[in-house]
Ligand binder design. Sequence first.
Ligand SMILES: C[S@@+](CC[C@H](N)C(=O)[O-])C[C@H]1O[C@@H](n2cnc3c(N)ncnc32)[C@H](O)[C@@H]1O
Length: 345
Amino acid sequence: MSADRIPLDLPAVAKLADLADYVTPLALRAVAELGVADHLADGPLPVDQLAERLGVHAPTLLRTLRALAARGVFTEVEPETFGLTPLARPLRAEHPLSLRDAYPLLPADLRAWAFFAETLRTGEPGFPLAHGVDYWSYLAAEPEQSARTDRWMQSVNRLHLRTVLPAYPFARFGTVVDVGGGTGAFLAGLLARNPAMRGVLVDLPHVVEAAPDVLAAADVADRCRIVPGSFFDPLPVGADGYLLKTVLPGFDDEDTVSILRRVRTAMRDDSLLILIEAVLPPGDVFDVAKLFDVHTLVLTGGSHRSPEHMERLLVEAGLRLLRVIPTATLSVLEVSPADPGVSRS
Ligand SMILES: C[S@@+](CC[C@H](N)C(=O)[O-])C[C@H]1O[C@@H](n2cnc3c(N)ncnc32)[C@H](O)[C@@H]1O
């Protein structure tokens, strides 16, 4: 059938153009980093004034905000004057659940995506093809990029503390080791809400450098030990609870089993491991984890997983999945040693 005679499904054509949009994700990240929302906190501003305050090119800012306003992020309240919308408000630095740092525009990640055709052909991450080193080595050698990534994690942790903590009885743990806990944002929040709990933070040396400030800001520094090191090496032993929060999706199955074995070796027989991460729902159900899964592959070669997939890896590492608790953001997976005779739920 010729192109002139085939039924024209205009909604499908429009939807495809929408889904193939390059602009929204990048423009949103750029204005978040620039702090546009902070300057609109007291009310709408003409774009010329806004551009002057931000030190940017006014006509380009106008075109960028117009594109975002068409998506509901900002609103053009009168010609060339923009204000905040519910989508733009959390982009303010002062917002109690600020997401301003949650969407960094990271050129290194974009360069990795340029190799996606190769990733699709081979299953290998694009990041090393673009940069000559793996993602984690790159961050270790680039302090500014690493700090941006850490700020991103700190930002999303505010949301995770709010949504994940009420979903699980963390107060049962006297001591908690947060394995790959970043700069300590989640652990600090956990300790602050549980005054009798003590914590141990394990992450790479260049990452935990920023942890003393994060722990001091939450007034929990005296209850938290910082252990710089790799989770591929032996971990602090004998804690009541071990956390792995949004860590395992950054690694392929083989590395994931290695990390889990390190945790199992450090656990007592009655310790629990709590995984806090997105799990993949089956079928066509939309979940942002299905998008992150591909982004993770591009960056690190890692993978988000279904509960069944995770259960297989846990078994390989001598662990047992007890239950999966969904929350409004991530899921909580409660895990015990698989050894016979041990059962807690
Ligand atoms: C996605 S972040 C999650 C951070 C933290 N758990 C959170 O949820 O905020 C992954 C963390 O794994 C850490 N990481 C990567 N490789 C590591 C290694 N070999 N040993 C210890 N930590 C590592 C990174 O430095 C980073 O802080």
